[in-house]
Design a protein. Structure first.
Length: 301
């Protein structure tokens, strides 16, 4: 890797570590939102660096939709055992059983939207006053509006027109009772930065990111992993293909990439050559032009 890239990555690393330590200093009950995807893995890796040799002083929070890849759950549990971290898991199924949300039906049914209620309930349950997220500004246009410290009101909602200025690395974490912040230490990172950092630091990631054979089907131009709980249209057929994940989330909306990339170097070359954005393969973002921003306003990640 070129020396310039190394210096660039070290600057991003230092900025993110500063941000994570700032959260630990300003807030009483922070948590790190963990999905098992590469961004949250890198963020947790940076948190481990930030407080080494002590353990990360706040827990991870994972919202399990019940439709996650098993590989993601296995990786999460192994990572916690390896690092001595604490991961709190809350389940969308419990929210459904409590009657707080209604499960979607039909061909495009997904629990991805439902997890907002589970997340806000978990934040209220543990009285978290800050939630660290792995969002990056290059992912999606709505996320480009975020600050590092993103204020949420007492309902967990985000107002993109009412955000605080951030000048000279001074961050205003003041809030009223019941309010909280989402904090994004990776805001200035790109997808390429993440992959190059993973290569440089040899960060462990789930095998889902590398090419493997999986039963998939194509829906509206997006390759989706087949699972028994997914309803196929008459025109859709299941095929066994070589694919990999570019981003990981709920199975029902995680688009897969046809690929032959089996190493980090090959993934970096593939990402550099593609003209499709990272979230261009996310099926949930195709519901409307403002799908992500609408969910963020309601309290989503």
């Amino acid at each position: 890797m070129e020396r310039y890239n190394l210096n660039h990555l070290r600057e991003l690393e230092a900025e993110a570590i500063f941000m994570i330590r700032e959260v630990a200093a300003q807030f009483e009950r922070p948590a790190l939102l963990f999905s098992g995807g590469k961004d949250s893995i890198v963020m947790y890796y940076l948190a481990c660096k930030a407080f080494w040799p002590a353990r990360v002083p706040f827990p991870l929070l994972h919202i399990d939709t019940g439709h996650n890849f098993q590989e993601t759950l296995d990786f999460r549990d192994a990572l916690m055992e390896k690092t001595g971290g604490r991961c709190i898991v809350r389940y969308v199924q419990d929210t459904i059983d409590q009657g707080k949300v209604t499960e979607e039906t039909g061909y495009n049914a997904s629990r991805n939207v439902l997890q907002t209620v589970t997340l806000l309930d978990a934040i209220a349950e543990f009285k978290f006053d800050a939630a660290l997220g792995g969002g990056r500004r290059d992912e999606e246009k709505a996320r480009a509006k975020e600050r590092f410290f993103s204020h949420r009101d007492e309902f967990g909602q985000w107002d993109p027109k009412n955000q605080r200025p951030e000048l000279w690395n001074i961050f205003n974490g003041k809030k009223r009772m019941g309010e909280h912040f989402r904090v994004f230490p990776l805001s200035n990172w790109t997808e390429m930065d993440i992959w190059q950092y993973i290569l440089m630091e040899q960060v462990d990631i789930p095998g889902l990111y590398f090419t493997h054979k999986r039963e998939v089907f194509n829906r509206d131009g997006v390759w989706l992993a087949y699972a028994p709980f997914m309803k196929l249209k008459p025109s859709e057929k299941v095929e066994l293909l070589d694919v990999r994940c570019r981003t990981i989330g709920d199975i029902t909306c995680t688009g897969l990439t046809l690929s032959t990339a089996n190493t980090l170097e090959e993934i970096i070359l593939e990402v550099a050559a593609t003209r499709i954005t990272e979230r261009g393969g996310r099926y949930d973002d195709k519901r409307s032009d403002s799908a992500m921003e609408d969910r963020k306003k309601e309290g989503y990640f």
